[in-house]
Design a protein around this ligand. Sequence first.
Ligand code: SF4
Length: 321
Amino acid sequence: MGRDVLRIEDLVVHYETMAGPVKAVNHVSFSIGEGEIFGLAGESGCGKTTIALSIMKLLPYNGKILSGRILLGDVDVVLLTEEEMMEVRWKKVSMVFQGAMNALNPVLRVGDQIAEVLVEKEGWSKERALERAKELFSLVGIDPSRVYDYPHEFSGGMRQRAIIAMALVLNPQLVIADEPVTALDVVVQSKILDLLKRLRDELGISVMMITHDLSVIAETSDRVGIMYAGRLVEHARAEDLFGEPAHPYTKALINAFPSIVGERKRFEAIRGDPPNLLNPPPGCPFHPRCPYAMDVCREKVPKLVKVGEEHEAACFLIGGA
Ligand code: SF4
């Protein structure tokens, strides 16, 4: 991979609530290289989307970045004002939001909704902007003549392709895709994932793929980060993570997904529930659910330690006590 397009360093994000701070992201660091697809996985509520919204500086009013850096190239977006962020958002980094395919305005033609971005942000004429919308439709596999259709005339897969086209309209270097295929049937899912890989290959963009579904990561990602309770507990190249997972949570996640290859085995749900981040357990946050928990796990937070080349995990079974 080329130079880093995104580097997150020691990021801490909390949500202020009446009951106290929800510790959504705790000292998370990782990077994404040029032309790389980086998968960020974990159960719902583990902090994946909060990281994405922090990169976009679109956290809700009670979300606060307490410390850390988010470098897009050389620019630390944490330090940018909202006005400065307008030059970064959609131009350097864009996002396909969770459930966004249902967010198209039903009373506007799909092409007009894409063209509007260029008219409003770049001052293009409506005609030129619509030509660009047609180009983008071709790129994502929709007949360009469909720019004149309304959202209800599109299938779910076409709406998701149109949303991806919208994310590409200002040529960003990084696209964050938050659960981009969750609401789609498996055949359409596969086509959308193939599209994202093709766009990476043809445009050289980087993709941050956020999902709870490890099969999506296995199908698309070059490298993977596994989040648990607001912490990055393991990261590795995809083949290493699936071939030799090191963290008990990663192993449990992989065992919880059925496989159509290899020997037949019973897949197991992860016992217990993810912790409440208002009041996370002391020590390793996974210890109440971990079959290997030791005394030290209840007292100290394990640090990421090297497991192999480009492979780190945070577990006392590996080291770092
Ligand atoms: Fe389990 Fe302890 Fe490792 Fe946490 S540090 S995953 S509780 S063995």
